[in-house]
Design a protein around this ligand. Structure first.
Ligand SMILES: [Zn+2]
Ligand SMILES: [Zn+2]
Length: 638
């Protein structure tokens, strides 16, 4: 008998050598039907895998992320079989999962076109309908290499595994593929899928190698989820920030500066609203603000370590026979400011913020509107403190971060903690103190987090913040990064209680990351229907006819007096045309005014996204709207 410990803590006895599927059956028929794989002692395995000895075991279903991933990866095999049956010359290279789906790299001289997708899907549906079992076959490395002799791609794949046992999976008939698994129990368990695109991809990303065809697909447990996903993609296309940015005159790019955004006047209103908000946050959380130069000499970048580790992404310039670099990060400048005077432990923690303009060279292929640019402003800050202060400082940064995201209407976030990598500097003791401080801070704030073991930077552990937008896309925005290296490189010190000089702990933190990218995210999240406090124009007054222009002007004066961003449409268009125009510009509020309103001192309010109009006294309207701006309310209704 093997004793199996289940996730709920209970233990179940089962005959040694029984499969994980049999265990699922023993737990209950519902779970057995839903099961797609199992996790044995932390390792994912097939349902046909035998259980030997005492184990910790979890049955995996499509409700688990791992189950969904196994289903998507299994779809890659099903697609590979379909492609090989249509094009017998196709050679399979590598078929991993990606967010929402999977791809397979295929070596095939004949190009696969979008017009072929239907044909591939049809074949895939046949394979799914046949409900063929995924059967695992194991052999030694040398047997596998002999079997795959002549297949340069698959023999290469074997080189990248360190296991002595190599596994193949077949669909119960002629089709077989090298893979470590696990997979669905049978092809019939695949959900709803769709081939999405095909693109060129070099083998190992090496341009000297042959160009392969990368065929992408998406797969979901149900047809409904697939349809919802496809709908989100359609919606994302409509919300593309590059499109809306042009349409609403927010920003542009020019070939004179590839990857450098030109922010237009309406874009600058959003920008400045963010700056003002961050300044108020800095004030509340006890930060000082500084500004450091964007060009600093080469020597500094040698000292900071960027020359050795980051040179490929930096821009350089020369004058007065000296070589200078354009800063890719703000930290070295922050260290120089710190060094301008002596510091005592009494000043700690010292929180220094900088909205710093940085330049980082990106390959031209990866640039994408505001999402990937070569010049951006980072909402950076550096905290200098003692090791004992790390935990409370991290708590403060977490609070500040969540408060900031909520102000922009983001409520759905997740956190990842990255710990000590193999190659690192600093003693194990300081790593333990710092990592525990991060964990304790997250625990104190009752925040669930994912641990990325060994994924920290060589100079310290970090926490990353990710938000999910309304189209369920995840964006990594904020970071808290501990640094044991830079303070030493720059010889930063403070005088401690015992009158000795010590090296401070340095915490880097960014909340929004890049202003440019964050504005791009805001545009897509809101479809440019910005919250009131961020709207470039908050209110527009629309006189019904020329006769009401004077009253419209009076209303505008009152709005301006209250510091609202507003205008009047004095054009001689018909009122419906004025409304349509303001609507297309996504105005939060339109105030329609005619003789009736003029006489009663009211305005007829049209609220974005709401059908009913409202007649309100002008001062009352101003009171409501200014209140909403102060509270950063997302909801426009009143
Ligand atoms: Zn596989
Ligand atoms: Zn920094």
């Amino acid at each position: 008998m093997a004793q199996v410990k289940l996730p709920d803590g209970s233990t179940l006895g089962i005959t040694d050598g029984s499969t994980t599927r049999q265990l699922a059956e023993q737990i209950g028929p519902g779970l057995a039907r839903a099961a797609v794989a199992a996790k044995v002692n932390g390792q994912l395995v097939d349902l046909s895998t035998p259980i030997t000895g005492d184990t910790e075991l979890q049955i995996i279903t499509l409700k688990d992320d791992e189950g969904l991933e196994i289903m998507r990866h299994s779809c890659a095999h099903i697609m590979a079989e379909a492609i090989c049956s249509i094009w017998p010359d196709a050679k399979l290279v590598y078929g991993p999962t990606v967010e929402d789906g999977f791809y397979y790299d295929i070596d095939l001289d004949e190009p696969i076109h979008p017009a072929d997708f239907e044909r591939i899907e049809e074949k895939m549906r046949e394979i799914v309908k046949a409900d063929k079992p995924f059967i695992r076959k194991e052999m030694t490395r040398s047997e596998a290499l002999a079997k795959l002799a002549g297949d340069k791609y698959k023999t290469d794949n074997i080189k990248y595994t360190d296991s002595d046992i190599i596994s193949f999976y077949s669909h119960g008939d002629g089709f077989e593929d090298l893979c470590r698994g696990p997979h669905l129990p049978s092809t019939g368990r695949a959900g709803s899928f769709k081939i999405m695109s095909v693109a060129g991809a070099y083998w190992h990303g090496d341009p000297t190698q042959k160009m392969l065809q990368r065929v992408y697909g998406t797969a979901w447990p149900t047809k409904k989820e697939l349809d919802e996903h496809l709908q989100r993609l359609e919606e994302a296309k409509k919300r593309d920030h590059r499109l809306l940015g042009r349409q609403l005159d927010l920003f542009s790019f020019d070939k004179a500066g590839p990857g450098f955004a030109f922010i237009h006047s309406k874009g600058m209103i959003i920008w400045n609203a963010i700056v003002d908000f961050l300044s108020s946050v800095h004030n509340k959380y006890g930060y000082q603000e500084i500004k450091t130069p964007i060009i600093l000499n080469e020597e500094l970048w040698h000292k900071s370590g960027h020359w050795d580790n980051y040179k490929e992404n930096m821009y350089f310039t020369n004058f007065d026979e000296t070589s200078y670099a354009i800063k890719p990060m703000n930290c070295p400048g922050g260290c120089l400011v710190y060094k301008t005077r002596q510091h005592s432990y009494r000043e700690f923690p010292m929180r220094i913020a900088e909205l710093g303009l940085v330049h980082r060279h990106e390959a031209s292929g990866v640039m994408h509107g505001l999402f990937r640019v070569r010049q951006f402003t980072q909402d950076d800050a550096h905290i200098f403190c003692t090791p004992e202060q790390i935990e409370s400082e991290i708590i403060g940064v977490i609070e500040l971060t969540f408060e900031t995201y909520q102000a922009f209407g983001f409520e759905d976030f997740h956190v990842e903690l990255s710990t000590k990598p193999q190659k690192h500097i600093g003693s194990d003791e300081i790593w333990d103190i710092a990592t525990d401080a991060l964990k304790n801070a997250l625990k104190y704030k009752r925040i669930e987090y994912q641990i990325n073991e060994g994924d920290g930077a060589f100079y310290g552990p970090k926490i990353d913040f990710h938000i999910r937008d309304c189209l369920k896309r995840c964006w990594q925005l904020g970071t808290i990064q501990l640094d044991f290296s830079m303070p030493e490189r720059f010889g930063l010190v403070y005088t401690d209680k015992d009158n000795t000089e010590k090296t401070p702990v340095m915490i880097h933190r960014a909340v929004l990351g890049s202003f440019e990218r964050f504005i791009g995210i805001l545009i897509e999240h809101y479809g440019a229907n910005f919250p009131l406090w961020l709207s470039p124009e908050q209110v527009r007054v629309l006189p019904i006819s020329e006769k009401s222009n004077d009253y419209a002007g009076t209303v505008q004066d009152k709005l301006k007096e209250a510091r609202l961003r507003c205008s009047v449409d004095f054009s001689d268009e018909k009122i419906n045309a004025k409304i349509a125009k303001a609507h297309s510009e996504k105005l939060p509020y339109m105030l329609v005014v005619g003789p009736k309103e003029a006489q009663s001192g009211t305005v007829n309010v049209r609220i974005r996204g709401i059908k009913e109009n409202k007649a309100v006294e002008i001062n009352e309207f101003i009171g409501i709207v200014t209140g909403k701006i102060i509270d950063k309310e997302i909801d426009l209704a009143f």
